[in-house]
Ligand binder design. Structure first.
Ligand SMILES: O=c1nc[nH]c2c1ncn2[C@H]1C[C@H](O)[C@@H](COP(=O)(O)OP(=O)(O)OP(=O)(O)O)O1
Ligand SMILES: [Mg+2]
Length: 199
């Protein structure tokens, strides 16, 4: 794993891209985003995080000629039967509008009392060496928490101001980037991925 690798991160989400750059920095790999290669967003037609991550990775491999790392992730709220799940980025209707998505989540949980607002962040990562890679590496990470009634904090992205981490007594948007990366669904999944790449 000490050799320099070139890797395209198959995402258009600036928050994810920042976290991957931070997480992968110690490895000194050559990292580009799919936008750097003029690759547009893959259509997320899968019914699982795994299927969508495979679609994103394959499109990025095809468009770049490089190995790709894709992330499909989201928030599963127990009181909502696991919603918004794979539809987290499109929850409000508008793709990727964090504020509108957070507003819709607060509305959906308006009548749900504290103690019944448990949720999980899930992250599936796919590492695909080339578009026909028959054995892409697939890993996942989850992170339990609770959904707040009001946003807290300025850091992170997406649902982070509403995601309470009981162990820390803080929302994710109040955690330092380093701490989030160490304990998050994405950080855990990436640790598992790097272990498999080392083999
Ligand atoms: O650590 C996180 N902190 C806050 N929110 C998060 C996190 N991880 C996922 N999320 C939310 C953002 C988005 O609403 C959805 C992911 O959707 P997802 O399709 O995987 O990503 P995306 O559309 O934002 O970018 P892209 O598909 O180009 O990677 O879950
Ligand atoms: Mg997406």
């Amino acid at each position: 794993m000490s050799a320099t690798r070139s890797l395209v991160v198959a995402s258009n989400n600036a928050g994810k891209l920042r976290e991957f750059r931070e997480l992968l920095e110690p490895l000194a790999w050559e990292i580009t985003s799919q936008a750097d290669h003029g690759i547009s967003a893959a259509e997320e037609t899968g019914l699982t995080f795994v299927e969508n991550a495979l679609l994103k990775a394959r499109a990025a491999c095809l468009g770049s000629g490089l190995p790709a790392l894709a992330d499909d992730s989201g928030l599963a709220v127990t009181a909502l039967g696991g919603a918004p799940g794979i539809y987290s980025a499109r929850y409000s209707g508008a793709q990727g509008d964090d504020q509108a998505n957070n507003d819709r989540l607060l509305e959906a949980l308006a009548e749900v009392p504290e103690g019944q607002r448990g949720a999980q962040y899930h992250c599936v990562l796919v590492y695909m060496r080339h578009p026909e890679d028959p054995v892409p590496i697939i890993v996942q990470g989850s992170w339990p928490g609770e959904i707040l009634s009001l946003p807290r904090g300025e850091g992170g992205f997406g649902y982070d101001p509403l995601f309470w981490v009981p162990d820390q007594g803080l929302s994710v948007a109040e955690l330092s980037p380093d701490l989030k990366n160490r304990i998050s669904h994405r950080g855990r999944a990436l640790t598992a991925l790097l272990e498999q790449l080392e083999r």
